[in-house]
Design a protein around this ligand. Sequence first.
Ligand SMILES: CC(=O)SCCNC(=O)CCNC(=O)[C@H](O)C(C)(C)COP(=O)(O)OP(=O)(O)OC[C@H]1O[C@@H](n2cnc3c(N)ncnc32)[C@H](O)[C@@H]1OP(=O)(O)O
Ligand SMILES: O=C([O-])CC(=O)C(=O)O
Length: 374
Amino acid sequence: MSPETVSSGLAGVIAGRTAISTVGKEAKRLTYRGYSIEMLAEQASFEEVAYLLIYGQLPSSAQLREYREQLQSLRRLPEELKPVLEALPGNSHPMDVMRTGCSALGCLEPEIDLEQQGDIANRLLALLPSLLLYWYHFHHQGTRIGTPTEEESLAGHFLKLLHGETPEAIPRRVLDVSLILYAEHEFAASTFAARVTASTLSDFYSAVTAAIGTLRGSLHGGANEAAMALIDRFQTPDEAEREILAALARKEKIMGFGHRVYKEADPRNAIIKDWCRQLAERVGDSCLFPIAERIEAVMKQEKGLFPNLDFYVAPAYRFLGIPIDLYTPLFVCSRVAGWAAHIMEQRADNRLIRPTAEYIGPEPRDFVPIGQRG
Ligand SMILES: CC(=O)SCCNC(=O)CCNC(=O)[C@H](O)C(C)(C)COP(=O)(O)OP(=O)(O)OC[C@H]1O[C@@H](n2cnc3c(N)ncnc32)[C@H](O)[C@@H]1OP(=O)(O)O
Ligand SMILES: O=C([O-])CC(=O)C(=O)O
């Protein structure tokens, strides 16, 4: 095949096949292995969804119980990882800690055999929150926390480790839902990076490390932190409206809006926005949520753009008391399930991913020896 046109950013290019999810069918639908995101967010737990993504089927009650126990048993950090996390600067971005932590785990518990891939996926799911919060508490509170907890869900475990107390049911459920929404998204940039890495027959940790680095940017997962920083700039909805109009006039991008694939709406937004509204009422917020809604209205009116998942996740996480720079790492803690499914799928029917480029450089020219250059 000889491609004749370049698609900027590979927009619209079908770059492979997947049985894991569909994004943007009928302009705004999302399914994981055939189940709609609305049904999963209403009725499933994150662990059920992770199981579905990794093993291809929803678990039975017994399988789910066993899976939760397995993940719980994998939360303890290897002793050798602790000094690595302690040696990283306290002012590192937590996404850099996630990337380095994942890579370091690949040295401590390397993938020797392909048969280990499911176990590595589960180890990362269980360990990434522990790794992040061990580093966080060591550098911010000067404490070396123990990372196993009694909490059976990742959401409960994360909140327990972060705040040091057993979370209430609603915060635990809202975080759980956000993790379901974040778990998988077809050939998003980070997933594609993981698949490219896997396609060279590299190891599982390298593929996940590449994905973490790719998720970090503000055009992708980093948008949840950027959206919070944006909302925080304003005291009132009127101020937000004025400033957003001015930013649009300067042709600036407003983080948390727009999407490469969805054309009408991001179906995850309605779900997280609803939970965000409930949290706002619960904490008595009369500031953040109205500001976010005004930004949404201005973006619709001025650009016809809708919020993506990252926009209302930001105030929802604020209401849960989560520090801003842990927002994108939380995205990692969830998306590792989707990345794992894609790495396995790529490996099961692999061909090196290596596209071609249209050359736009100089015509062939004679080499000038260094002594003769001006
Ligand atoms: C979970 C996720 O990763 S979801 C994505 C998170 N990322 C963001 O929220 C970052 C902000 N959004 C964006 O930058 C884009 O909408 C992307 C990166 C998500 C999609 O990008 P693309 O498909 O390449 O669209 P592109 O950036 O070319 O935008 C198309 C047009 O819409 C405008 N546009 C798109 N998004 C925005 C935005 N958030 N704010 C202002 N204008 C926007 C562009 O300026 C461009 O306008 P133009 O045609 O007049 O130049
Ligand atoms: O699909 C994308 O490009 C980005 C996205 O929404 C995600 O990864 O969840």
